[in-house]
Design a protein around this ligand. Structure first.
Ligand code: HEM
Length: 202
């Protein structure tokens, strides 16, 4: 499996796969086939993919350790950057389609709506991670500091979940939120369990 994952075709394939939702949403917008409310479909679609890709990025390390497929680690950075890409698109959809790129209205709206404030905090926290996702940044920061900084990804995912929960709570619609909560609880729980075991055996 490791040899297959290291095949040179896998990286471009994964890249295209991660671009798929963007192509789908862009195509839908251009052909006016996103349903009755295309603006909502775009904002929601990009929000969904931000959260999904955050979960996929967080799943790489546990999956690598469970399966022994060490080559999986090569895709973590790209997946994390795609989560950031969809997060930025999501914010741009909101700023454009909801607020008409009126930046002073955006700045007034963010603190007024708690769920938007929490989403903004999550996106803000993604910035230093995206900015330090390159080899030079890893060298400059040093591995321990880089690792500590990149643990922020858990806080980002939890804030993203809270943002989603808050938005859906207005309609008492928690089905999907519960699925994401279960996935994140599993991924975070696994990491905490590993850390506790390390402490006990040290
Ligand atoms: C890591 C950052 C973020 C994540 C993971 C995220 C995720 C999501 C998700 C999953 C949804 C619901 C989609 C659905 O109902 O299917 C959503 C909706 C929404 N998000 Fe975010 N979001 C983030 C950041 C932001 C930011 C920065 C803003 C704006 C400043 C924002 C504004 C909105 C709005 C306005 C909606 C509701 C759209 C509607 O009512 O149709 N989000 N977001």
């Amino acid at each position: 499996m490791n040899a297959l994952l290291l095949h040179p075709a896998v990286k471009p394939l994964l890249f295209l796969l991660a671009l798929g939702p963007f192509a789908y949403l862009l195509g839908g917008a251009l052909t006016d086939s996103l349903g009755a409310n295309p603006a909502e479909a775009l904002t929601r679609g990009t929000g969904d993919w931000t959260l999904r890709l955050l979960c996929v990025t967080l799943a790489v390390t546990p999956l690598r350790q469970w399966t022994g497929w060490t080559a999986l680690a090569r895709w973590r950075r790209m997946l994390g950057l795609f989560a950031f890409f969809y997060g930025l698109l999501h914010f741009l959809c909101y700023a454009w389609l909801d607020m008409g790129f009126d930046w002073s209205a955006v700045l007034q709206d963010i603190p007024k709506r708690p769920f938007v404030l929490v989403g903004s905090l999550a996106l803000l926290l993604m910035l230093p991670l995206a900015a330090t996702s390159f080899d030079r940044a890893v060298r400059q920061l040093g591995a321990p500091r880089w690792r500590a900084l990149h643990r922020l990804v858990y806080a980002i995912a939890l804030l993203g979940l809270l943002h989603f929960f808050w938005m859906r709570s207005a309609k008492n619609n928690f089905g999907e939120v519960a699925v994401y909560a279960a996935v994140l609880a599993l991924l975070l729980g696994w990491r905490l369990w590993k850390r506790a075991r390390r402490r006990i055996s040290a």
